[in-house]
Design a binder for this molecule. Structure first.
Ligand code: ADP
Ligand code: MG
Length: 251
């Protein structure tokens, strides 16, 4: 099966600080790759390189059969196929929920408002927030806003979704609702790269776990392998900090 995303020998530096060192990663269509690792190891930077928010200093990124790591890349075009959701939901405060969602498809993609609205409402319905369509972001809880942010990205019909610690600032209960939306997307075959500190969720959702430490991929394995039997000392130390031991969530 061809890869949807291929990252070859990626190097990312800020000045002289090498933040990502020789990263190699392939993602199949429909695959859910979860990236874990200590704070500051380069997870967010990697996601930002994939959608062109950060320039890379070495290597190559191929997405959907096109090299997207060169200077000629038309990022506004590429980003329409790459949905990204961050920890902060950054919805526009002066626009209601529906208009927040419609902005991308109607303004950036030129989709007819009627058509985009239809999709937006059906997605809002699926996450149980249809009745909030005319509400403003300030009237929603953090978890609701984050679910809207996911819908907003989905409304662009992306080929891949990148999630960067989307539940990090949410209460556990509310986080659950957001994680459930992501689990649902995974089941439907959405290709996703997820950065998370929610280890039980990572184990449940991932087809593959990537463990990054100090800018390098230290382990790459199935969730079962990684959580039950981490190979490296660094991964063992990392997992110990979460008290995530075998069978925490599933037995
Ligand atoms: P993570 O998401 O894994 O916590 P980041 O990707 O945010 O880590 O950061 C990786 C490293 O890159 C850190 O050492 C961080 O300080 C550094 N870094 C991130 N963004 C910048 C930037 N814009 N300028 C300089 N250094 C940065
Ligand atoms: Mg980060």
């Amino acid at each position: 099966m061809p890869y949807l995303l291929t990252i070859k020998n990626l190097v990312k530096r800020y000045d002289t600080h090498e933040v990502l060192k020789d990263i190699n990663l392939n993602v199949h269509k429909g695959e859910v790759v979860v990236i874990v690792g200590p704070s500051g190891c380069g997870k967010s930077t990697l996601l930002r390189c994939i959608n062109g928010l950060d320039e890379i200093q070495g290597g190559e990124i191929v997405f959907d059969h096109k090299t997207i790591s060169g200077h000629k890349t038309k990022w506004t075009e590429v980003r329409q196929s790459i949905g990204m959701v961050f920890q902060s939901y950054d919805l526009f405060p002066h626009l209601n929920i529906l208009d927040n969602i419609l902005l991308g498809p109607t303004k950036a993609q030129g989709v007819k408002k009627e058509e985009a609205t239809k999709q937006a409402l059906s997605l809002l319905k699926r996450i149980g927030l249809e009745e909030k369509k005319y509400a403003y972001p300030r009237q929603l809880s953090g978890g609701q806003k984050q679910r809207v942010a996911i819908v907003r990205a989905l409304c662009m019909n992306p080929k891949i979704m990148l999630f960067d610690e989307v539940t990090a600032s949410l209460d556990p209960e509310v986080a659950r609702e957001v994680l459930d939306v992501m689990l649902e997307l995974a089941k439907e075959g959405m290709t996703m790269i997820i950065v998370t500190h929610e280890m039980a969720f990572a184990k449940a959702v991932a087809d593959r776990i990537i463990f990054i430490d100090a800018g390098m991929i230290v382990e790459e394995s199935s969730p079962k392998e990684f959580f039950d039997n981490p190979k490296s000392e660094r991964a063992k130390r990392f997992l110990n900090r979460f008290n995530f031991t075998k069978g925490d969530d599933d037995e």
